[in-house]
Each structure stands twice: as C-alpha cells, then as structure tokens.
Design a protein around this ligand. Structure first.
Ligand code: HEC
Length: 148
C-alpha cells in the first residue's frame, strides 16, 4: 500500500513537469522607465523588488520545477500587473505611489521571497533609504490624516 502511494506521488510529480504554464522565462522588452531620483534607489529596488515588478526578472534554477514554477509565474504576472517599472507611463494601472507605503508597512517584498533572496533583506537603514527614494521617484500616497 505504502509503495503504491509513493509511486503515485512520484508519477504525479513527474507528470506535472510537462504542464507548460510557468515555463516561459523570457522577459518582455523594457517599454519605458521612471526617472529614478538616484542610482541608489534603483539599486535597492533592483535587489528587493525588480524580480516581480520589472521586465528584468531573474529566474532561479528551481523556477523550472513545478509546482514552484506555477507560483512564481503567478507572482511575477500579478506583481507586474499592479506595479511595473518597465512599463512606466505605458501601463494604465501602475501603483508606484503605493510603493513606499508597502515597504514601510513591511508588505513588500513578499515575506516568502526573502529566505531565498538575501540581497532583498534590507537593513533598517536600507529600508529607510528605499522608502525615501520611492517617495521621491513615484510620489507619496496620502495618509488618511492628510486627506481630511
Ligand atoms: C516575490 C514577488 C514580489 C516581490 C519581490 C515584490 N513584490 Fe510587490 N507585489 C507582488 C505581487 C504578487 C503583488 C500584487 C498582489 C499583492 O498586493 O499582494 C504586488 C503588489 C505591489 C504593489 C501594489 C500595491 C498593492 O497592494 O496592490 C506595490 C506598490 C508593490 N508591490 C511594491 C513592491 C516593492 C517596492 C517591492 C520591493 C521592496 C516589492 N513590491 C517586491 C510581488 C512582489
């Protein structure tokens, strides 16, 4: 019985590798870029955000293995859909104004990205640098207080 279950799982694990979704790792061409306030902001962004919010996604080796490949493809798709620095001004929905807030509140980068991407783990100083740079580059979302 146990062997049968194991064989079944092993065969499923192999079979799902043939599903094409998530296999295409070609980056779309860069359409347009924002004017970064400083090279430092861009550098921090490249380290912590650009895998999901640009057309310069670096795909790690495990991004070829289903089902990781599916989850990863979905994050990149959704990430670009919300905020894409390589379709800046060209893509209608582009929530750059929220970027600083997302970092300040610890929402971005997504937590599960960090264990495999040490370069995206920002110190408090780097985090503040990125927040300031994002605000200068993309503007600032009004806090509730300011809206009143
Ligand atoms: C592992 C992929 C990944 C990384 C890395 C990442 N993001 Fe995101 N980001 C997403 C996804 C997926 C969404 C859309 C769904 C959501 O909001 O969770 C998103 C949404 C956003 C949004 C839109 C706001 C919203 O909630 O809709 C902003 C702004 C943003 N991210 C900024 C950043 C910044 C700045 C960084 C780097 C500090 C970053 N992200 C790193 C995947 C990522």
């Amino acid at each position: 019985m146990k062997t049968k279950i194991f064989m079944g799982l092993a065969l499923t694990a192999i079979a799902i590798q043939f599903i094409p979704y998530g296999k295409d790792h070609t980056n779309p061409p860069i359409i347009s870029e924002p004017t970064w306030d400083s090279p430092r902001t861009k550098e921090l962004f490249d380290n912590a955000c650009s895998d999901c919010h640009s057309h310069q996604t670096k795909y790690p080796w495990y991004s070829n293995i289903a089902p990781i490949s599916w989850l990863l493809a979905r994050d990149v798709e959704e990430g670009r859909e919300h905020f894409n620095v390589h379709a800046w001004g060209a893509q209608k929905k582009n929530e750059g104004k929220e970027a600083a807030k997302e970092v300040r509140e610890g929402e971005m980068p997504l937590w599960f990205y960090l264990p495999t991407h040490p370069e995206a783990r920002l110190s408090e100083t780097q985090k503040q640098e990125l927040i300031d740079g994002l605000e200068k580059t993309f503007g600032k979302e009004k806090t509730e207080k300011e809206e009143k």
